[in-house]
Design a protein around this ligand. Structure first.
Ligand code: ATP
Ligand code: MG
Length: 169
């Protein structure tokens, strides 16, 4: 399964609705510094609700709404090759924001999205997305820390946690 399309509307630097197709295999996005390449990755983390572990380079969720459009909502939709559609919208209100999540165009809880993706091995604390600076960070960490990441990717960490839990019981 792979991502087939991304639609970004009023999110970060994307003031207009922008559709980005993804073909099977390798997709490269190039552009000058500050042109919005990383914002595309941020939009994927946002729509998939993977932002809890990897921050979206914004202090508040409402900072993700485009600053210049004058509109109060930001929306990202992602489509997978099996036809699954995931959509997320945030709306600025007088004293905060509302966040709406949709799975196949039906309003759902954010935890429903997290559960759905976990079935496909995409987890908030996983390493599905390698962010700018991650490679340097991983190279510079201690052997012990690096081993923890490998265990996480290999799926061993999950069993370690369960083992610790059962030993404690
Ligand atoms: P680099 O090559 O340096 O990594 P990049 O292409 O990854 O650059 P991004 O970090 O995606 O660039 O984009 C940064 C730009 O996004 C900045 O110019 C910033 O002002 C703009 N930006 C971020 N949030 C918003 C927002 N809410 N409204 C408008 N513009 C925004
Ligand atoms: Mg970048």
């Amino acid at each position: 399964m792979h991502i087939t399309g991304l639609e970004i509307d009023n999110f970060k630097s994307f003031s207009k609705k922008t559709k980005i197709p993804f073909l099977e295999g390798f997709t490269v996005i190039s552009g000058p510094n500050g042109s919005g390449k990383s914002n595309i990755i941020d939009s994927i983390l946002f729509v998939l609700a993977l932002s809890s572990s990897r921050n979206l380079r914004a202090e508040k969720l409402t900072d993700l709404i485009n600053l210049n459009s004058g509109r109060n909502t930001a929306e990202v939709a992602l489509e997978f090759s099996d036809g699954t559609k995931i959509r997320r919208r945030i709306k600025r209100t007088g004293n905060g924001y509302y966040s709406y999540n949709y799975l196949n165009e039906r309003l759902c809880k954010q935890s429903d999205i997290v559960d759905h993706l976990a079935k496909h091995g995409i987890k908030p604390h996983g390493y599905n997305v390698v962010m700018q600076g991650d490679v340097t960070r991983i190279m510079e960490m201690s052997d012990f820390e690096r081993r923890k990441i490998i265990d996480e990717i290999a799926g061993v960490a999950e069993f370690d946690t369960k083992k610790q839990q059962s030993l404690a019981e």
